[in-house]
Design a protein around this ligand. Structure first.
Ligand code: SF4
Length: 313
C-alpha cells in the first residue's frame, strides 16, 4: 500500500506541491484520451467514501511533518489523485481538517460533478481550484474526455459559471489541446467565449507532456498553441502556457521505494528526474530495477524520452 500523501512534487502552477491521492486507482468520471494514468478502469459519477476523512488528514499531517523535519518547503497541499478528487464525498471535511496546517489547499478537478451543489460547496473551501475546460461543444467533449454516459455538458458548464460567482479563492482553468480533436480555431474561439464569461484568474493552455492513455494522439502543434494563446488574449483572458517541463525537484522524504511509487502513481517521472531523486536519497538505480522486476514500476517511452510510472492494478 503506497501512501495517500505523496511528494512534494514540483508543480508548474503550485511550486512545491504536496499531493493528496484521495481516490483509489483509477476512478474517474472521464477517460480522457490524453490521461497520463491510462484508460479509466472504474468509471463512476457517484460520490462515495473511499477513505475516512481522518485517515487522509493523518497521512497528510504525517508527510508534512517529515518534509518540515528535512527543512523542505511546501507551497500547497494539492488534491491531485489518480482519478477525480470530487468523487470523494468527504472532500470538504478533509479540507477543513487540513486547514490547521496553515498551508494553502488546491484541488485539480475535471469539473464533471460541479453541477452538484455539494461539490461546489466542497470546492469552495479550497484556496485554489483548477477546472478542466477542454471543449465546450458536445461532440468534441465526448471525443476528448470520453465521459461517463449520464453526464451532461450543459449542466457542467453552467455549474462552473455558478461556482465562479461564489468562489473566493483563486480560480484557474486548464485546457489540453490535442491535434485533430479540439485544435481547430472554431472550437478554440468557443472555449475562449466560455472562459471570457467564467473569468478565471488564469487560463492555462496545456499539451500532453507525459505518455497519454491513447498512444496514437498527438499534441497540438506549436502554431496552434500560439494561435489559441492569441485568441484567448483577445478576449482579455489572463492566459498562460502549461507546456514546459516542471523540473526534477522531487523531494525525498525518507523511504525511497514508497516515495517513488507514491509519486509515480500520479506523476510519471522522466529518467533524469529519477536519477536526481536517487542522488538525493543517496541510493543507486538498483532500486528502480527491483521495482520494475517485481511489477510495481514500469518504463515507458514517449517522444524519445524514458518515463517511469507506477503500474496500476
Ligand atoms: S485526465 Fe483527469 S479527468 Fe481525465 S481521465 Fe485522467 S484522471 Fe480523469
Amino acid at each position: 500500500m503506497y501512501s495517500i500523501a505523496y511528494g512534494p512534487v514540483p508543480s508548474r502552477r503550485l511550486g512545491h506541491s504536496l499531493g493528496i491521492n484521495n481516490i483509489p486507482p483509477k476512478r474517474c468520471s472521464y477517460s480522457c484520451v490524453y490521461c497520463q494514468l491510462g484508460n479509466t478502469m472504474n468509471m463512476q459519477v457517484e460520490r462515495e467514501t473511499f477513505y475516512e476523512a481522518n485517515e487522509i488528514a493523518q497521512s497528510v499531517k504525517e508527510k508534512v511533518k517529515q518534509v518540515r523535519k528535512k527543512g523542505e518547503p511546501i507551497d500547497y497541499l494539492t488534491f491531485a489523485p489518480d482519478g477525480e478528487p470530487t468523487l470523494d464525498v468527504n472532500l470538504g471535511k478533509e479540507i477543513e481538517l487540513l486547514n490547521s496546517l496553515d498551508i494553502k489547499i488546491a484541488v485539480i478537478t475535471n469539473a464533471s460533478l460541479i453541477w452538484r451543489e455539494d461539490v461546489r460547496q466542497d470546492l469552495q473551501k479550497a484556496d485554489w481550484v483548477s477546472l478542466k475546460v477542454d471543449a465546450v461543444s458536445k461532440g468534441i467533449w465526448c471525443r476528448i474526455n470520453r465521459r461517463q454516459k449520464s453526464l451532461k455538458l450543459e449542466a457542467i458548464l453552467d455549474g462552473m459559471l455558478q461556482f465562479a460567482k461564489i468562489f473566493k479563492g483563486e480560480l484557474t482553468t486548464e485546457s489540453m489541446l490535442i491535434q485533430g480533436i479540439n485544435d481547430d480555431s472554431g472550437e478554440i474561439k468557443r472555449i475562449a467565449g466560455f472562459l471570457a464569461e467564467l473569468k478565471p484568474a488564469k487560463a492555462y493552455l496545456a499539451i500532453p507532456t507525459r505518455p497519454p492513455a491513447k498512444r496514437t494522439i498527438n499534441a497540438a502543434s506549436e502554431q496552434v498553441v500560439n494561435m489559441a494563446f492569441q485568441i484567448l488574449e483577445e478576449r482579455l483572458i489572463n492566459v498562460e502556457y502549461l507546456i514546459g517541463y516542471e523540473g526534477n525537484a522531487f523531494e525525498f522524504t525518507g523511504n525511497v521505494k514508497d516515495d517513488l511509487l507514491s509519486i509515480t502513481s500520479v506523476h510519471p517521472m522522466r529518467e533524469e528526474a529519477v536519477i536526481e531523486f536517487l542522488k538525493k536519497a543517496d541510493t543507486g538505480w538498483k532500486v528502480v530495477e527491483k521495482l520494475i522486476k517485481d511489477g510495481s514500476l514500469m518504463e515507458v517511452e514517449y517522444q524519445g524520452r524514458k518515463f517511469y510510472m507506477r503500474k496500476l492494478p
